[in-house]
Design a protein. Structure first.
Length: 134
């Protein structure tokens, strides 16, 4: 009984997770992917400005461009880290949910064993009574 219940619960949770992860635009809207692209574009432009200043030999422009590039790179890395953190939080939450389902299945399986044992004991007692009455 435990394996059957566990299979049913696992299938139900898998279905919920698939529905949540694949079909829930609100979930994907939480991830700042538009900011990631924007930060990457700003970083690429700032890097091009640094290279242009170096090519011109303009040290003052180069220093300013490097400062802007470094700020853009930091912003890009922060957005990227935020996306990774959000994804890891979701992963941790799903793993926690799966663990809870497994714990629940184990408890249900244990209860099913107890019920099965009670039924078996009742059956055996009834058989014993029938034997003594004959």
């Amino acid at each position: 009984p435990k394996s059957v219940i566990y299979s049913i619960l696992t299938a139900a949770v898998d279905g919920i997770i698939d529905t949540l992860m694949l079909n829930c635009p609100q979930f994907w809207a939480m991830l700042p992917t538009d900011r990631f692209e924007e930060a990457k574009v700003k970083y690429d432009k700032a890097e091009a400005d640094v290279q242009a200043a170096i090519a011109k030999g303009d040290k003052k422009a180069e220093e300013a461009a490097i400062k802007v590039r470094d700020e853009a790179k930091t912003a890009w890395e922060n957005v990227s880290a935020g996306i990774n953190n959000a994804a890891n939080d979701v992963k941790d939450g799903l793993n926690n949910a799966a663990n809870k389902v497994e714990e629940g299945a184990e408890k249900v399986g244990d209860k099913a064993k107890e019920v099965g044992k009670d039924v078996e004991d009742g059956y055996n007692k009834t058989l014993d009574k029938m034997k003594t009455n004959n």
